[in-house]
Design a protein around this ligand. Structure first.
Ligand SMILES: [Zn+2]
Length: 539
């Protein structure tokens, strides 16, 4: 009597004497489990003609037996595996069991010249929704064409990685880091066939805020290379039609560009700050919105960083370094790094805003910030005055770092938009009561200056020092990229805010004058000082 061929859904716990015609969707690596002591394990994902998926494992000495079979996308008769409840991590779709292959399990080749298209459906995430998964344990499945493979990076003797660039039908380019066995198996294979732009499906990859937003493989991830899909042909056609545009996006490195990776969010994607803080154990990144002010108590508002990946490095700006983070040989750049407090109706949060996003909010270039600090000139008031004008929508990331033996939570702005930048899509502002929001284009007439405070802050000598800083800034102006627009040279409004934080000691000009004179010369001689440079031209 011929054997009855069951479907996966018919195979429930305790089933005996059954056979399923199964197609290999994914074949995992030989890995060690995280048990103590660890066992060697290999995972497979199989499907049947109905498209039901089942997660399958085999252990230790059986790996060798079954890995001869179960090649990607081929079909086999699988009989009498052990049926157990599925591990939630690997559970796929509606089927509630998983199978274990042991020495009694029968696997037979199914003879056919070409296996059929994969009948199963993959629950894929749109790249525009990735921010919802960022820095969380919510892994996602994605699909796209690999259009670039970077060289392997040897991070330490036991760890290698390779970055690849993927584009999907949204024409969004994303970087994915393949670690260790994922580089060894899939990464090298993808790199070998990169000229054909292979289509991949990546299962259970993590979305991180590394490189603004990127994918990284995890222990449980799986990568399908060129899977036979029913819509393969139309996907290929789409790729061919858009090849040139995709090439341009690759050349423009949009996979590195925060404006592309994190465009302004929808209203419903913005979290209350209190919710953002509370969700730290499960998700460490999200969009928030609020008013901005300076977080006082810091004196340094700049940093040196890798010009490629923006990792902070302690190096000089004329150095060429081999970056420990991105492994590139790059220049060192000065970057603004401003501690701010963002406040909405629910809470306030301290965070660091840096680079171009910081530059949008303040009126100093990074070089001016550096020189102001080196010259002991207190600019807190001016910074706060500039920051207070803004309401921002920003993508925040939280992390913990050890400080004096304890973990301290820190927050970083990954991408920020000002209310004015989002003027075409007004956001519901749930801001604290009595908060006055200034658009950067709006008037500052609400502020009334007190002549006395102005005099305290700006003696003639400090004004001259500021002009010196402004003069030196022309160097940076010539280097500033076009993204944030031309930087103004230092201009101080005649109207100064009267609401300077009284708790903050202002290092006023008198104090500055007491310090040993630097290249600017003593205040009394400034008029005649030959060192005085012409004021930077206004642009
Ligand atoms: Zn770098």
């Amino acid at each position: 009597m011929p054997r009855h061929i069951s479907s996966i859904l018919n195979i429930q716990k305790g089933a005996e004497k059954w056979t399923v015609l199964a197609q290999v969707v994914h074949r995992g690596h030989s890995q060690l489990t995280r048990e103590v002591p660890p066992r060697r394990i290999m995972r497979f994902l199989l499907t049947d003609t109905e498209g039901t998926k089942v997660s399958v494992v085999t252990y230790e000495q059986h790996i060798k037996t079954f890995s001869k079979f179960l090649q990607p996308y081929q079909r086999y008769y699988v009989s009498n595996a052990i049926v157990v409840p599925a591990d939630p991590t690997y559970r796929v779709g509606t089927y509630e069991c998983s199978w274990i292959l042991n020495y009694k399990t029968l696997i037979e080749n199914y003879a056919e010249p070409v296996p059929p298209m994969l009948p199963c459906i993959f629950e894929l995430t749109n790249f525009s929704d990735l921010h919802k998964y960022a820095d969380s344990d919510n892994l996602c499945n994605i699909r796209g064409f690999v259009i670039h493979a970077f060289p392997i990076k040897q991070l330490d003797p036991d760890s290698i990685s390779r970055d690849i660039i993927i584009v999907n039908e949204e024409k969004k380019l994303m970087l994915m880091t393949l670690w260790n066995e994922f580089e060894h198996d899939e990464g090298s294979k993808i790199a070998d066939m990169i000229s054909t732009a292979p289509l991949i499906i990546a299962l259970r990859v993590k979305v991180t805020t590394f490189n603004t937003l990127s994918f990284t493989t995890r222990y449980s991830s799986g990568i399908l290379i060129s899977p036979p899909l029913p819509d393969e042909l139309s996907l290929r056609q789409w790729f061919s039609l858009n090849k040139e545009e995709i090439r341009n996006l690759l050349d423009a490195k949009t996979y590195n560009d925060a404006s592309y990776l994190l465009p302004p969010p929808n209203e419903e994607d913005i979290k209350a700050i209190s919710n953002f803080q509370a969700s730290f154990p499960v998700q460490k990144a999200a969009w928030v919105q609020g008013t901005v002010k300076l977080a006082y108590g810091f004196s340094k508002y700049w940093t040196t960083a890798c010009a490629n990946c923006h990792k902070i490095v302690n190096a000089d700006i004329d150095w060429i370094i081999h970056c420990p983070s991105c492994k590139q040989q790059t220049e060192v750049e000065l970057r603004a790094r401003i501690p701010i407090i963002i406040t909405d109706a629910s809470s306030s949060i301290h965070c660091i805003i840096s680079g171009e996003d910081a530059g949008k909010l303040i009126e100093f270039t990074p070089l001016q910030l550096k020189q102001a600090q080196e010259d002991g000139f207190q600019i807190d008031t001016e910074l706060n005055d500039a920051l207070k004008k803004y309401t921002v929508v920003c993508f925040l990331k939280s992390y913990e770092t050890p400080f004096q033996g304890q973990l301290q939570r820190k927050n970083t702005v990954i991408k920020a938009y000002t209310a004015a930048e989002l003027s075409d899509r007004p956001l519901p502002l749930e801001l604290p009561e009595n908060t006055q929001v200034f658009s950067e284009l709006g008037s500052s007439s609400a502020r009334h200056a007190e002549t006395s405070s102005k005099d305290q802050l700006f003696t003639p000598s400090t004004k001259l020092v500021l002009e010196e800083i402004a003069g030196a800034s022309s160097y940076k102006d010539s280097q500033t990229s076009a993204t944030s627009g031309a930087k103004r040279s230092l201009e101080f409004p005649e109207d100064l805010p009267a609401d300077t934080d009284p708790k903050q000691p202002t290092k006023a000009a008198e104090e500055f004058a007491k310090e040993p004179a630097k290249s600017y010369g003593p205040p009394a001689n400034i008029k005649d000082s030959p060192a005085k440079k012409p004021k930077a031209k206004e642009d």
